[in-house]
Design a protein around this ligand. Structure first.
Ligand SMILES: [Zn+2]
Length: 132
């Protein structure tokens, strides 16, 4: 049997490579490299643990558990992406817009800066004049 056929036979029924495994393996490698500069055995051990976990996930035959781990990873990743985008957009718009709170229902409202305007809350329809 050719060596590639042996590998394919060995990988038959195993979970394989996914995004979470990739992140674990790359993070583990980065921790391993960082351990050389920082000089900590804890950093090195953490890197090895991440690589081992990523490798075991690739070779695992328990596909249901691996998919569940992937879903949990993707949920956390999407939450972090949402927080990052919201923070970045607020930072970009900070000079053009201001975030006010409705005095009635405390709904956050984005208004243009540097004007005196009448604001109507989109949530409770309360109307108030504010200098932004
Ligand atoms: Zn309101």
């Amino acid at each position: 049997m050719h060596w590639i056929q042996k590998i394919l036979f060995y990988m038959n029924g195993r979970y394989g490579y996914d995004e979470f495994s990739k992140v674990l393996l790359i993070t583990g490698l980065l921790f391993g490299v960082a351990a050389n500069f920082v000089g900590g055995t804890g950093v090195s051990a953490l890197g090895l643990a991440l690589i081992a976990f990523g490798g075991l996930r690739v070779l695992s035959k328990e596909q249901t558990n691996r998919r569940r781990e992937l879903q949990a990873y993707l949920r956390i990743k999407h939450k972090l992406q949402h927080v990052y985008r919201r923070t970045r957009n607020r930072w970009i718009q900070r000079k053009a817009f201001k975030i006010l709170k409705c005095p009635e229902c405390h709904q956050k409202i984005r208004v243009p800066r540097g004007r005196k305007i009448r604001i109507t809350c989109p949530s409770c329809r309360h109307s108030f004049v504010e200098k932004t």
